[in-house]
Each structure stands twice: as C-alpha cells, then as structure tokens.
Design a protein around this ligand. Structure first.
Ligand SMILES: Cc1cc2nc3c(=O)[nH]c(=O)nc-3n(C[C@H](O)[C@H](O)[C@H](O)COP(=O)(O)OP(=O)(O)OC[C@H]3O[C@@H](n4cnc5c(N)ncnc54)[C@H](O)[C@@H]3O)c2cc1C
Ligand code: SF4
Ligand code: SF4
Length: 367
C-alpha cells in the first residue's frame, strides 16, 4: 500500500528547506538544536548554520519538526501531562521540586551532579541503553556523544556555554542500534525532541526510541567563536585550554583556571550570545521528564523539577538506591527561579513582537 493511502496527507508537504531557511535560519531564530540535520540526511551544518547538502524532495520533515517554525505549547502539555498549565504555573507543570546532589559526586560536574547521577542510574537500571550527552575537547569545542558506560557519562559532565546541535547524537545512537535512548540538553532541544515524539505527522524516523529527556535550565547560550575570541582571549587574556570551568554565578560570567578566576558582569557578554536564544521562552525545560538547574539551590546542589511519571520513577529510585540525596527548596529560592523564568518570557515576548512586526510569520505559542 502506498504511504499516501496509509496516512493522512502530511500537513507540511512542500514546505521544504527553502521555507525553513526563509522563515527561521535567515531570520536568526534558529537555535541550532540539531533536529533538522539529525532526521534529514540531506541537511548538514556549514558555518554554524543548517545547510542543504543535496536535492530537496520537499517532504516537509525539516519544517514540521523545527521548534521555531510553529510550536503550540498548550497542545504538547496536553499530550504529555494530560492538561495545559494554569496561569500560576510559571515553571510549567511539575510533580515535585527539591534540591539534590549526587552521592558521591563523580567527576567535574557543574552543580550537584544530578544530571550525571540520573543518567547513570537510568543506564544501570535498564531504563535507557545509552545516554546522548554533550562532550568537549581541551579547547572547549563541543560535540554530541553516545555514552554507554558510567565512565563515559561522567567524562561529559559540566556545562559548556556554547551552542551545540546535540540532537545529532540521537541519530548516532540509532545508527549504533540503541533502542532506549536517554538525552540531556537545553530547553530548546527538549522542545525539538518532544515535537519529534508527539507531532501528529506521518514521518517515522525512530522517534519511539527516545526514552528519557533530562532538561537543563537555560537563560541563554553563546556562539563558540565569539565567546572564545571576544571574551576568553580579548577580555580575559586567556586561551580556551587554560580554562577548567565556565560558570554563571550571581550575575557574573566566570572562567576558572588553575591560576584563579576571571569574570565580567553577565550583561557584558551580550555580544557573544547566540541570536536564536532571543525568541526563546522556556527557562526550565518545561517539557522534560526531569529538569535540573543551579538557581534556587545552595552551591554544590541542583534544583530538580520532576515532571512526568517516568521522571518521578527514575528520581525516587535514584534516591532509594543512594545515588542522590535530596532536601526541600525554600519558597524564597523557588520565587527566584520563577522570576528568572518570567524574565525569559518577557524577553521572548519583545523578540516575538519585533519579528512579527517586521513581517516574519512566527508561530511559537507559549500559553
Ligand atoms: C547553555 C546552558 C545555560 C544554562 N543556564 C542556566 C541558568 O541560567 N540557570 C541555571 O540555574 N542553570 C543553567 N544551566 C544549567 C546548569 O549549568 C547545569 O547544567 C545544571 O544545574 C545541571 O548541573 P549538574 O551538576 O546536575 O550537571 P552535570 O552532572 O555536570 O551534567 C551536565 C550535563 O549537561 C550536558 N551539557 C553541557 N553543556 C551542554 C550544552 N551546551 N548543550 C547541551 N547539553 C549540555 C552534558 O551532556 C552533561 O551531561 C545552563 C546549562 C547550559 C548547558
Ligand atoms: S532550530 Fe533546530 S530544527 Fe530549526 S532550523 Fe535550527 S537546527 Fe534546524
Ligand atoms: S536560551 Fe533557549 S534557544 Fe538558547 S540555548 Fe537556551 S533553550 Fe536553547
């Protein structure tokens, strides 16, 4: 039976890469999540942009699954949580919120090491058969990695403040035959993968193999070239491989080296941010199974929002097994997380308004 008889006509047939280029990439709203280039073999990356590598048959897949062409948050919430959020749920829908840290902390984790511990626990308990993580080399150049052992997960711990099409690691995992794939990444990447899982379109590219989504809090991300030359080399007088850790704390962007710390106020890093982060409303990875961030918890701990049934089972089992310890977060700390989420929404709204008034069809809907 022909595909057309089996399925309803794809809604976005004929919206090919040209449309994606015109409405997203050319407008500077691409967040380089990696969805289009992961699931379409005809798309690659050149000069940090998705690029068509060969003839486009106009199947519509790249356009349909890009989180920036259209995104109906309430519909995805209905599908994942059985309801959309109420007006007072500024961090999206979640079951529990707590502060947590890994026991013991393994490797060079960013905060409480909770992401690393949860991925290891999911792997060891069979919930996932591999974890797609974002690794780096000594020059802080990043790449997606398929981790299949706790040691490989630990080796990729720590935050890299540069945009990476990490979703490409999902295709690498599928190519290696994995069928229960865990992923951790930024809120835009979680949105893209939820779109892949839940959009009612007849494209099948293995999305049922995505088994776990751990999201990171994220206010903005940076362009590798701009950050390394404009900030690290020019302002800090360092080479990328001098830096052992980057962190954002108390409004300062900091590079930690064996010889000390260099820092600038966060607003001085604006020239280095990734342009596609402007039209982004999601601070706390609102569609993940579990979301993890630093704000709201003491140093060395992470704030954890458990959202789905699967996330809850993983988190409570990791606590029972002794891999994670948890404690309550204060209402004051939670108010700070909500405030940052609100700031991001305000930034999104002004960017969305600017795009729409300059004639761009921007169909991202938050509530
Ligand atoms: C770009 C970015 C911006 C962030 N901004 C904020 C913020 O404003 N406020 C806040 O509270 N928290 C923010 N975070 C989250 C915070 O930095 C920690 O990642 C989080 O607290 C988890 O800490 P952990 O010790 O549990 O993680 P770890 O156990 O150290 O694990 C971190 C995981 O993050 C993944 N990762 C690292 N860099 C990237 C990347 N560039 N893209 C995708 N995945 C990556 C790695 O694969 C690793 O598995 C941000 C993270 C990123 C990547
Ligand atoms: S936002 Fe993601 S899916 Fe959309 S064009 Fe950019 S990389 Fe491709
Ligand atoms: S700010 Fe938004 S678009 Fe930018 S990396 Fe974070 S989640 Fe992605």
């Amino acid at each position: 039976m022909a595909a057309k008889e089996m399925f309803a006509e794809p809604t976005f047939l004929e919206c090919g890469f040209g449309e994606l280029e015109h409405k997203v990439i050319g407008q500077g709203t691409c967040c380089l999540c990696g969805n289009c280039l992961t699931f379409c073999p005809r798309i690659g990356v050149r000069n940090h942009k998705p690029t068509l590598l060969e003839y486009d048959p106009l199947c519509g897949l790249c356009y349909a699954y890009c989180p920036r062409t259209f995104f109906d948050m309430p519909k995805f919430e209905e599908k994942i949580f059985g309801r959309s959020r109420t007006a007072d749920e500024a961090l999206g829908i979640y079951r529990t919120v707590s502060a947590a840290r890994a026991t013991p902390i393994r490797g060079q984790v960013q905060d409480g090491g909770v992401v690393t511990a949860l991925l290891i626990h999911a792997l060891e308990s069979g919930q996932i058969d591999c974890a797609v993580v974002t690794d780096r080399n000594s020059r802080w150049q990043t790449s997606p990695k398929v981790a299949t052992t706790p040691e490989e997960i630990v080796a990729a711990a720590g935050t890299k403040y540069t945009i990476t099409p990490s979703i490409a690691g999902i295709q690498m995992a599928m190519d290696q035959g994995f069928t229960k794939i865990g992923f951790t990444g930024t809120p835009c990447q979680i949105q893209a993968l939820r779109k892949a899982q839940l959009l009612e379109e007849p494209y099948r590219f293995g999305q049922e193999k995505i088994a776990l989504l751990i999201g990171l809090f994220c206010m903005e991300n940076f362009d590798y070239q701009k950050l390394m030359s404009g900030l690290v080399k020019e302002k800090f007088g360092l080479q990328p491989n001098d830096v052992t850790r980057f962190e954002i704390q108390k409004g300062m962007f900091r590079a930690v080296t064996p010889g000390g710390v260099k820092e600038v106020p966060l607003d001085e890093t604006d020239p280095f941010t990734w342009p596609g982060c402007g039209p982004c409303f999601d601070f706390s990875a609102e569609l993940a199974d579990v979301s993890v961030g630093s704000v709201g918890s003491p140093a060395g701990w992470s704030t954890v929002l458990v959202r789905t049934k699967e996330g809850e089972a993983l988190y409570s089992s990791a606590i029972s097994s002794g891999k994670i310890e948890s404690q309550p977060v204060t209402e004051k700390a939670l108010a700070l997380v909500r405030k940052l989420a609100g700031n991001k929404v305000a930034r999104f709204e002004s960017n969305a308004e600017r795009l729409r008034s300059s004639g761009v069809k921007f169909d991202v809907v938050r509530i």
